[in-house]
Write a protein that binds this ligand. Structure first.
Ligand SMILES: Cc1ncc(COP(=O)(O)O)c(C=O)c1O
Length: 403
């Protein structure tokens, strides 16, 4: 007889929790104590410098400037790219709010475009259609750590004399064509906020191969100061967006250990992919052929209710939650957030822009009906933990298919 669903009072597949996140390591503790007792805690700290150098190298780029958040890193990168009031920045509609809010903070206009249903990344063809004479930057997001179509987007950017800045906030260690993401265009940003695969609680970084760009980033990050200039010499409207030495110490330790976690996530994610691909009515997220590594910041798959007697995603998620699997829905189309119901008092440069008219079909469909998320720490368990996810999905899909 078919086992009863936990949501209907049956025995759940799993009662244990998944590995918690963030988690400390001996290496982190050592770096923290060393910094506490021996190093400058802020400006001029050699720990910050070591981290920046180490992260740039680790991410196959020449330069890095750390920041106190990923949001600040985007704002700084846009300002340093020369984005001015009223300029347009093309971004995907399926991303975290900061991708767009940092554009607004730079007095620029976020232009939302639709995504590729197979990869959930910004659709290069939709980018072409969104370019105007006000466009300055294209900012793809490597969503969930799955690289966007970098070569195509870079080609479009070059053809139209635009800058490409990668929002790699979720993509630590992800690779495109054998090279780590982030510095394929003018530069890229990462976040080290608590949920991220590499974290210091908060923090961010900008990487680039362009020295001039990174020096201007330094200025916006550091009160408008000038690299090599005097202490009281301020040439840009910068702020204090500097990273303290303590998060830098935590991050320095993780450059060494990220690979270990990545291998575990890779193994468990490919196990899940294989199992989910076999279930009619669910689909996995694909990568572009040039992708050589996904960082699996989230594990995302798609649910198609027509295979399950019309049972809504909401009920599928409730049933999986009851089985002990903490899946959830994730983002809404970003342009639907109240923030983008244009307030021309607050954003005078958004006059004549009406986001409420926007309807991007792929983003709408996948957010309203299909995508299901699992956080990266659920991929850090044992084979048995991952098997529990598969068993729960099989149990619930079998039930919905047959009832
Ligand atoms: C895609 C994306 N962009 C930007 C950010 C902003 O980073 P932070 O939270 O560090 O400001 C995040 C993460 O939170 C993100 O996921």
């Amino acid at each position: 007889m078919e086992p009863q669903l936990a949501v209907k009072g049956g025995k759940p597949v799993r009662t244990k929790t998944f590995p918690s996140w963030p988690r400390s390591t001996e290496g982190m503790k050592e770096q923290l104590i060393h910094t506490l007792e021996n190093e400058a805690w802020g400006i001029g700290s050699s720990v910050v410098e070591k981290f920046e150098k180490g992260f740039a190298e680790f991410h196959d780029s020449k330069y890095a400037i750390s920041t106190n958040s990923g949001t600040a890193a985007i704002w700084i990168a846009l300002k340093a790219a020369g984005v001015k009031t009223g300029d347009e920045v093309i971004i995907p509609a399926y991303t975290f709010v900061a991708t767009a809010s940092a554009v607004l903070m730079a007095n620029a206009i976020p232009v939302f475009v639709d995504i590729d249903v197979e990869t959930l990344n910004i659709d290069p063809e939709a980018i072409e259609g969104a370019i105007t004479d006000k466009t300055k930057v294209i900012m793809p997001v490597h969503i969930a750590g799955n690289p966007a179509d970098i070569f195509k987007i870079k080609k479009i950017a070059n053809e139209h004399n635009l800058k490409m800045i990668e929002d790699a906030a979720q993509a630590h260690g992800a690779e495109w064509n054998g090279k780590k993401v982030g510095a394929f265009g003018l530069g890229g940003i990462f976040s080290f906020q608590s949920s991220k695969n590499m974290t210091a609680g908060e923090g961010g970084v900008i990487i680039s191969n362009d020295e001039e760009f990174i020096n201007i980033c330094f200025s916006y990050q550091n009160a408008g100061r000038v690299k090599g200039g005097k202490w009281y010499q301020h040439e840009h409207l910068g702020g204090n967006f500097r990273l303290s030495a303590f998060p830098a110490a935590l991050l320095l330790a993780q450059i060494e250990t990220l690979e270990i976690d990545m291998r575990i996530r890779d193994k468990n994610a490919s196990f899940l992919d294989k199992a989910i691909e076999e279930i009619e009515g669910l689909s996995i997220i694909h990568s572009y052929p040039e992708t050589t590594r996904v960082s699996h910041h989230l594990y995302i798959f798609r649910y198609h209710k027509e295979y399950f007697n019309g049972v809504l995603r909401k009920e599928f998620i409730q049933a999986l939650n009851a089985e002990g699997i903490p899946v959830y829905v994730g983002y809404v189309p970003l342009y639907r957030e109240k923030l983008f119901i244009t307030n021309t008092q607050e954003y005078p440069w958004l006059q004549n822009r009406n986001y409420s008219d926007l309807f991007l079909p792929v983003t709408e469909k996948i957010t309203n009906e299909e995508v299901i998320w699992l956080k990266q720490n659920c991929l850090l368990g044992s084979e048995e933990d991952t098997m529990d996810i598969v068993k729960a999905i099989q149990k619930v899909t079998n039930h919905f298919m047959n009832n």
